[in-house]
Design a protein around this ligand. Structure first.
Ligand code: ME8
Length: 517
């Protein structure tokens, strides 16, 4: 395989009980941005997403519409696959847990847990939430006004009593705590890490890992009355996709352990407690990081089907534009925190950051070059301090953004880039190249060259978030596909060559007004 350093990033695999909404689009978008960044930075990237198709929740949803579960899954899974086209995701694979490769892999990990002596047969008697696909102790539940019990998520729970295999999770408590200690950044953000550590310190109970009261799942090897608990099946997707159970395969040895599992905060416990315990029991290295991002609300309200306020990503893209939507979602909310979607905030970002700040900079500079420099990259004379200061700021972007993305601070990475946009706009105002046109045309050419070179850096840097718009700016700088990687940036990079013909410029970031909605 490639000798470039591998980077394996995954999204949760989404339940096919319902069609994709903004929350799903958001998680996959964040992964797409990171995957695109790493590719431009020379890494050998494997970016995985997919669908979680077994379990009671999906079976019930299929029954409710009178469909065979697999036919139902085929249909809804396709909606998630199509989202890649809508949102411009660059995933390398799309996994479905109903695929044969996944059945093989889940049964193989099951066998490893059995061989490790971590599985025993008993009976489960307790509460289960189908919506969360999770078991709960009575102490974790609250009471609804009608006296019924609710899971912490607000989902109803039902009493389940059935034969079940258990995983000896309790035996992994100390080893998990040691693992968190030895890997202080395994869980980010740190506040979430602290929650997980205190949960594990509070004591772990053995985990029911099979069900017998319905059939829609992966059969337990050697005991076909049982199907595997949907979370054990689902988590295993991350190793299936890189070739498990063939641990010696090129892809497994290249990509595992994964660099990053991106998840929403709702499913952190499964990824940061159960998953590493399963893997360690099976003799497989745990992933390097689990990042739990926050929750979107809509105009201040929780997003839910019953409230009728679910945000459809297709509608967002049609209303606001693809790159505008991508930018807003990544910029508006500090990555990791909860965030609120509002039309006002969206319009503010589109008209402020995109149209006024970046769009105007590019448009002004390229139009001036077109009119005053024979539609070609201008010749730069000797640089003054203001020039080298701006160029240095452009050169310094990549390492600064790299540091932010290393800890998934995507919003901060964008802030670094927009700081340079601001500096460039101030430089235009200070240098007033339109005034230099008559008084000192050589100096005007130098100023426009410095700006064009800064814009080149900006356009290359925004590619992960806004691939199409960045591409349109780079086209206007006559830069081909091989001149767009991060290797072209910085002092020793590939600066614009004076005299290169430039096409007629056109605006890339239109303003948004309420009439567009
Ligand atoms: O939990 N805000 O699937 P799921 C932000 N199949 N993110 C949101 C969101 C919101 N309002 N709503 C959903 C499952 N998400 C399991 C995962 S992985 C081995 C199995 C995102 O369809 C967020 O990433 O319920 C959350 O964790 C995920 O969708 C849950 O998707």
């Amino acid at each position: 395989m490639s000798d470039r350093e591998a980077y394996y990033i995954t999204t949760p695999i989404y339940y096919v009980n319902d069609i994709p909404h903004i929350g799903h689009a958001y998680t996959t978008l964040a992964c797409d941005v990171l995957a695109r960044f790493m590719r431009l930075d020379g890494r050998n990237v494997m970016f995985l997403t997919g669908t979680d198709e077994h379990g009671q929740k999906v079976e019930k949803s299929a029954n409710a519409v009178g469909k065979d579960p697999l036919a139902f899954c085929d249909e809804v899974s396709q909606r998630f696959r199509d989202l890649a086209g809508v949102m411009n995701y660059s995933n390398d694979d799309f996994i479905r847990t109903t695929e044969p490769r996944h059945r093989l892999s889940s049964q193989a990990i099951w066998q490893k847990l059995v061989d490790a002596g971590d599985v025993y047969l008993d009976k489960y008697a307790g509460w289960y939430s189908v919506r969360d696909e999770a078991f709960f102790d009575e102490g974790e539940l609250s009471k609804a006004p009608d006296g019924s019990f609710l899971a912490p998520s607000g989902a109803p729970v039902e009493w389940v009593e059935e034969p079940s295999y258990f995983f000896k999770l309790s035996a992994w408590q100390d080893r998990l705590l040691d693992f968190y200690d030895a890997n202080p950044e395994f869980i980010l953000p740190l506040t979430r890490r602290n929650e997980v550590v205190s949960f594990v310190k509070g004591g772990l109970r053995d985990l029911s890992i099979s069900r017998t009261s319905f059939k829609w799942g992966v059969p337990v090897p050697g005991d076909e009355d049982h199907i595997m608990y949907v979370w054990l099946d689902a988590l295993t997707n991350y190793i299936t996709a890189v070739g498990y159970p063939d641990e010696r395969s090129d892809s497994f040895s290249t990509y595992w352990p994964a660099d990053l599992h991106m998840v929403g905060k709702d499913i952190l416990r499964f990824h940061a407690v159960y998953w590493p315990a399963f893997l360690m029991s099976a003799g497989i290295a745990p992933p390097k990081r689990v990042f739990a991002h926050g929750w979107w609300t809509n105009e201040g309200e929780k997003i839910s089907k019953s409230l009728g306020n679910v945000i459809d990503p297709v509608h967002l893209v049609e209303t606001y534009g693809l790159d505008q939507t991508r930018y807003f979602l990544m910029r508006e909310v500090p990555f990791g925190n909860d965030g609120d979607f509002s039309r006002a905030a969206m319009a503010h970002r589109i008209n402020g950051d995109l149209a006024n700040d970046l769009g105007n900079l590019v448009q002004r500079v390229l139009s001036m070059i077109h009119k005053n420099c024979d539609a070609a990259v201008p010749h730069a004379g000797p640089f003054e301090t203001a020039d080298t200061t701006l160029l240095q700021a452009a050169f310094d972007m990549l390492p600064a953004v790299r540091d932010e993305l290393e800890v998934q601070a995507i919003h901060k990475g964008l802030a670094v880039i927009w700081d340079v946009v601001g500096q460039a706009n101030r430089y235009v105002d200070d240098m007033a190249p339109w005034a230099l046109r008559k008084t000192d045309p050589d100096r005007m050419a130098t100023v426009l060259y410095v700006l064009a070179e800064t814009i080149r850096h900006l356009a290359v840097m925004i590619q992960p978030v806004m691939p199409d718009s960045a591409g349109r700016i780079l086209d206007q700088l006559s830069l081909g596909a091989d001149a767009r990687g991060f290797g072209t940036l910085g002092e020793g990079g590939a600066p614009l060559i004076a005299g290169t013909a430039l096409p007629k410029p056109h605006g890339v970031f239109p303003r948004f007004s309420d009439e567009d909605a």
